[in-house]
Design a protein around this ligand. Structure first.
Ligand code: C5P
Length: 250
């Protein structure tokens, strides 16, 4: 497990989702916010459009990068892809917990071995449990005879047992995961965050930044409330203030 998991300050808890199509779009956000937030998230859209060279470039700016590619394949393939993610120098990346224990353990083990051998900093490896776009019907459709919530807890427990660093969890899942499974150092990364004053966009189950941190989230993934704001830095400052006013102890 990575021991540098905990965020150190309120602003470091914020991960800005770079959900944009081009490197130029992403870099304009990074230029504006680097140093004012904890990390930037590169997901499937931006990665497919710009590739690993862009991720290297982002890492070179000094920004912390969360590579959100949600690996899910046979254990060997996920482990090898995970090693390449580590070699890119990202701060955190993720896999699907539903790939199973062997896949999770092998990824974690090979990343640790390669990082040690090559003198690299080991990235945080977190797992997606049940996507928030899935509900009980979606699970039944693919033959999972469980309700979403217990399935989330089961997969979070598996993730912790396999030595990964944490999970992605929707706002409503933070408390049960913290209470039932996760030791303190287990990282919970939460999307679906909307500042008190913002619109919800297409997010249905949302919490404010202060509520999510109070519930036990370590990092908040925030996209449009920051990236689509007329003044992005101001939007970040308001969110940080909201978190502090809500009792964030950092
Ligand atoms: O713009 P917004 O704040 O809704 O962006 C949230 C980000 O978090 C997006 O990149 C989205 O893909 C991601 N995410 C999410 N819900 C999940 C997992 C990831 O919104 N369950």
């Amino acid at each position: 497990m990575n021991t540098t998991a905990a965020a150190t300050s309120t602003k470091d808890k914020i991960i800005v989702a770079l959900d944009v199509p081009t490197a130029a779009d992403a870099l304009s956000i990074v230029d504006e916010l680097n140093g004012s937030v904890g990390a930037f998230k590169v997901g499937l859209q931006l990665f497919t459009s710009t590739g690993p060279d862009f991720v290297r470039k982002l890492v070179e700016t000094g920004a912390r990068v969360f590579l959100d590619l949600k690996f899910h394949d046979i254990p060997n393939t996920v482990a090898k892809a995970s090693v390449e993610a580590a070699r890119l120098g990202v701060w955190m990346f993720n896999v699907h917990a539903s790939g199973g224990g062997e896949m999770l353990r092998q990824a974690s083990q090979e990343v640790s071995e390669v990082c040690e051998r090559e003198g690299l900093e080991r990235p945080l490896i977190i797992a997606v449990t049940v996507l928030t776009s899935s509900n009980n019907d979606t699970l039944n459709e693919i033959g999972v005879q469980a309700e979403a919530q217990p399935q989330v807890l089961r997969l979070a427990e598996l993730t912790a047992k396999c030595g990964l660093d944490g999970v992605v969890a929707s706002p409503l899942e933070i408390e049960p995961i913290r209470a039932q499974i996760a030791p303190k150092e287990f990282v919970i990364v939460t999307p679906g965050i909307r500042p008190a004053s913002a619109t919800k966009d297409d997010q249905k189950r949302v919490m404010t930044p202060a509520e999510a941190v109070r519930a036990g989230a370590d990092h908040l993934v925030i996209g449009r409330p920051i990236t689509a704001a007329p003044d992005r830095l101001k939007a970040v400052e308001q969110i940080v203030e909201e978190m502090k006013a809500g009792g964030d102890p950092s």
